[in-house]
Write a protein that binds this ligand. Sequence first.
Ligand SMILES: [Zn+2]
Length: 329
Amino acid sequence: MVALDKEPVCDLCGGHESHPWRVAYDPGGKRYTLRRCASCGLVFLYPQPSSDGVVDYYSHGKGTTFHPLARAPQIRSLRDQVRTEIDRQIYFSGRIPASTSYLVRGLGRIAAGYFRYSRRYQTPPAGVGRALDIGCGDGKYLAWLRDVWEWEVHGVELSVAATRLAREELNLDIRIGTLEEARFPAEYFDLVTMWDALEHISSPTQELREVARILKPGGTLRVVVPNIASWPARIFKGAWAPLLPPEHLFHFSTHTLRAYLEKTGFQVERMASVGSPHVARSISRIGIANAERISKATIRLTWAMWPVDALLNLMHIRGSLFASARRNL
Ligand SMILES: [Zn+2]
């Protein structure tokens, strides 16, 4: 009798041979191994945490992101004031009063200009239609799509905590759970977006097939994922912040992301390097294996390094991969 094959099966190509490739640590110092498929080069976390554990993690762990509507009454630090001003200018004009401080308004305007520039890829296709954002978090992107571009918007999110404000303050339609659990009708959406979401999902093949089912023929899928082949990823190796075990289960390059999209019924129209190189957060993670937790000092260092990330981004040294694809007719 043949011994059971303990090698994991590649979600992209079905190959059975993979090799340990990087060792990475979570903020608590727990060790994880990333493997690389010998056939197609897909990088994945193995073993994956159980799906119950993942849902639990999102439900109780890092669910709460910074939200200006939540924080507005208690904002004290200059940093939070500027963040609120950036959000106000990009997403929430009319919902949050402008800052009375010239310094905050000025800094907010400069930073908002940079974010608008560096996130141009988030602009929807021409015309209006029905959009779905998978992993929509606090709903800021959906609110912008609805209020500025007048699209009909829906969201899916695993974290209850993250979506409370999106549902209660922004009146967005957000389904809690996975995409499959939301059971959208076939050929329902004109646009599906996945900003930093695909790397969290236990089978990108299944997820993308479901996206293809609910998109209209010719509909647009837009994806951003960390780019495992980017220079920052190569330089920082196991300390590169977007490796982020155990939350990030898969890591893509232009080659593997394109192969995924073509395999699941899409035609790739455009790929580009986008986003922060995450140099600041990666520096704070060097030596994390020995650290009990990230110290407050390194978190402050991360914030001080933010302009470095912005400058590298403007120099086209970027950490993420953007793809725009059409569902096959
Ligand atoms: Zn493979």
